[in-house]
Structure formats: structure tokens, C-alpha cells
Design a protein around this ligand. Structure first.
Ligand code: PLP
Length: 406
């Protein structure tokens, strides 16, 4: 008899942002006319920069001309884009990288989720807590998470608590602790905004190499680093034999709607005598037909001189919001971190209120939409995530209203 995939039935009922939306809609229906400020979901708000818009126009014109029309492209992206990524994102930081180690896709979320396809079914994954929920949910969907306990944790996943005490950084498993096969790391971190130093990251690389683990390194927010931290895990010696890196044009250049990203498989990354890059290429050739050629053209334009300048201007705009948020919260005596190397501010709820209670309070008293930290894992309880992706005006408005709450 036909049955639905039981692994999908194991997923908790509401995806975090769906529950936020439900509460916001209910509030709006009961209080019509209120102007909400959304500092919750991590989507950008600034338009694409002029250089990218012209590249898109040009790409559209080319598609309408029989002499320049192009259909399916290479599964892993056009070489022109892969070479540009290698040059600007890696060579310019003294990181060796071959264009064919870079696999272009339609964003980091799909690749981070689909990566499980190339590993065996009994793979044990480790995640930080709190965590970007996609890592956990895709393991649940793949039947690799076991059962959810009353504490909100899955029986077959390994968790690294990231708390105030450890500066929101994962601590290496003890020598007698189970060894994870896959280790998800995300820096700059979503949701805490924390950043890892080269020396700390080296410990993870050494651990992975010593134990045969693979680090899945999500660098989707690398463009927001302002201090002296690694932008890529391949800046760390030894990472080429133990790490896959995921990157995205979404927050770097406003491609959340356009869709574009890339995933790096160094040639040295081999399992059971098989190159993981080749295995991924095989998977993509079967289940994916390449990122949109228009997006790729715009992606190339990101790496032009003007594209890079405009990109920096937009990121600086968001970073200014982060600064305002941090200043106001700190001025109110609220404990807040992140926001310096990341577009996320992680604030501790005053008086130990629960995340959802403070979410409701912010919604009702300040008409500000936030993201409850508990939605990212049990260790996120007692925290709220705010994002710097709003406009200056809305961010200021939200902060003025929050000031009035205290
Ligand atoms: N990784 C992290 C940590 C994210 O926060 C996000 C988006 O919010 C993504 C990946 C997904 O990015 P993309 O838009 O490239 O799919």
C-alpha cells in the first residue's frame, strides 16, 4: 500500500517562520492599521545594485537574440563564473582554488540540504545548538536523526551547545565522546552572529582529519566579516582534505530572489577512493539542470570593479543598522552580541523571559517582529534574533519603539 515518507511525518508541525507568520497574521487581524517593523526573517531589503541590473538587462537581451541565445548550461556553472569566484573569493585571499572545485548552484540552502545524498544512510551528523534549522530538518527528512525527545533534540544527532559561557562557539567532542561523521559549522553564525578565529577553526580541521569526519562549512555570511577572521575554511591548513564549503550570493549581493550560490569540493576530498566532487557532479547532473544563466551573468557582474564597490556599499548599509541595534540594546542594559561580523544580533531576553513570550511582547508593545531563539534549538531558549536587513528608517523606528518599552 502506498504510504507517505515516514521520515517527513517525523518533522515537527510548524517550520519556525510559519509559526512566526501565524502569530503576526493573528496580531494584524486583531489590530488593523498597526505598522509592523520586521526584523525577523533573514531576507535582504535593498534592491539589486545598478551594475547587476545592467548585467541582467544584457543577459535578457542576449536570450532574445538567436545569435546569442543559450539553453542548458554546464551543470556546475559557466567556467567564466567559476573562474571569477576562484580569483576573487579565494586567490585574492591567498587560498589556492581550481575553478572546477567550485560547483555553482541555485543557492546554499539547496546544496546544504542535498549534500546528504552523497553520504551513506547511517551517517551521523553533529550540529550546533542553536542552529540554522535546515541542517537538522534535512537530516530528519533523510531518516538520519532518530526520534525527537522532550528536550527538542533528536536522538541520533550530536549537539554542540553554543552558550553565553562558551562565547556561542562549539566545543570539540571529548576524546571518549562519539565521533560525528558530518560536522555542520556556520560562520559567521546564523543565528548568534558569533565568529570563529583561525586558531579555533584549525582545531576542528585537525579533529576532522584525525577522525575521518567531514566538516560542512556554511560561509553564507562571509561578506559581513569586518574583523580579522577567516572568510573561508580553506584559509586553514588541512581543510582541503576534510571540508566542503557552502557559499551564497544571497546576502552577499542581494540574490535571495535571483538565486545563486556555490559549493566547494577540493580535489583532495576523497571517500572510499571516490572524489566527493565527482560524486556531487553526478548527483547534480541527475537531479539539477544548472543555475539560471541570467543569475550567473549577474553573478559575474558582482565580481567586476563596480559590482564589488556596490556590494560593499550595500553591506555597509546593513552593518550600520546592526550598529544602531547593538548601541540601543546595550544602552538599555540588554545583553546582545553578534552584529559586528554578521547581520544578526542575538539578544538575551530581559528577566529570563522565554523566547516566545518576549517575541509576543516585542510584537504587541513595539510592533516589532523578531525571531525567537528557541526556534533554533533548546540552547536558543531565552534569546531573540534580530536582523540588520531592514531599512535605516525602519530599524531606527523599531529601536525607538523598543526604547519606549523599558
Ligand atoms: N545558510 C545559512 C546559514 C542561511 O542563513 C541561509 C539563508 O538564510 C542559507 C544558507 C541559504 O542561503 P541561500 O539563499 O543561498 O539558499
Amino acid at each position: 500500500m502506498l504510504k507517505a515518507n515516514p521520515d517527513y511525518l517525523d518533522l515537527p508541525g510548524n517550520y519556525l517562520f510559519a509559526e512566526i507568520e501565524r502569530r503576526v497574521e493573528k496580531y494584524c487581524a486583531e489590530h488593523p492599521g498597526r505598522q509592523l517593523v520586521r526584523l525577523g526573517i533573514g531576507d535582504v531589503t535593498r534592491p539589486l545594485s545598478p551594475t547587476l541590473v545592467s548585467a541582467l538587462h544584457e543577459a535578457a537581451t542576449a536570450q532574445g537574440d538567436p545569435a546569442t541565445f543559450s539553453g542548458y548550461g554546464p551543470y556546475g556553472g559557466y567556467n567564466s563564473l567559476r573562474s571569477k569566484i576562484a580569483e576573487v573569493q579565494y586567490h585574492n585571499r591567498n587560498v589556492p582554488m581550481q575553478p572546477d572545485e567550485i560547483h555553482v548552484g541555485d543557492g546554499a540552502k539547496c546544496d546544504v540540504g542535498n549534500i546528504l545524498d552523497i553520504f551513506s544512510k547511517n551517517t551521523v551528523a553533529a550540529v550546533c545548538d542553536p542552529v540554522y534549522p535546515v541542517y537538522v530538518d534535512t537530516n530528519v527528512m533523510a531518516g538520519r536523526a532518530g526520534h525527537i525527545g522532550e528536550d527538542g533534540r533528536w536522538s541520533d544527532l550530536i549537539y554542540f551547545p553554543c552558550t553565553e559561557e562558551n562565547g556561542f562557539l562549539p566545543v570539540l567532542p571529548a576524546p571518549d565522546a562519539p565521533v560525528p561523521d558530518l560536522i555542520y559549522l556556520c560562520f559567521p553564525n546564523n543565528p548568534t552572529g558569533s565568529m570563529i578565529s583561525g586558531a579555533e577553526l584549525k582545531k576542528w580541521v585537525d579533529y576532522a582529519n584525525a577522525h575521518g569526519s567531514i566538516i560542512l562549512y556554511d560561509a553564507a555570511y562571509e561578506a559581513y566579516i569586518t574583523e580579522d577572521y577567516p572568510h573561508s575554511i580553506y584559509e586553514i591548513e588541512g581543510a582541503r582534505t576534510c571540508a566542503i564549503e557552502f557559499c551564497s550570493f544571497s546576502k552577499m549581493a542581494g540574490f535571495t530572489g535571483l538565486r545563486l550560490g556555490w559549493t566547494v569540493f577540493p580535489h583532495e576530498l576523497v571517500l572510499d577512493g571516490v572524489s566527493l566532487g565527482k560524486l556531487w557532479g553526478r548527483r547534480q547532473a541527475t537531479k539539477f539542470n544548472g543555475a539560471s544563466s541570467m543569475s550567473q551573468k549577474a553573478g559575474e557582474a558582482v565580481f567586476s570593479e563596480n559590482g564589488q564597490r556596490e556590494m560593499r556599499e550595500t553591506i555597509a548599509y546593513y552593518q550600520q543598522n546592526a550598529k544602531v541595534i547593538l548601541e540601543v540594546l546595550t544602552g538599555l542594559g540588554i545583553q546582545a552580541s553578534g552584529g559586528v561580523n554578521a547581520p544578526y544580533i542575538w539578544l538575551k531576553t530581559p528577566e529570563n523571559t522565554s523566547s516566545w513570550s518576549f517575541f509576543d511582547r516585542l510584537l504587541e508593545e513595539a510592533n516589532v517582529v523578531s525571531t525567537p531563539g528557541s526556534g533554533f534549538g533548546p540552547c536558543g531558549e531565552g534569546y531573540i534574533r534580530l536582523t540588520a536587513f531592514g531599512s535605516h528608517e525602519n530599524t531606527q523606528l523599531a529601536m525607538d519603539r523598543i526604547k519606549k518599552m523599558f
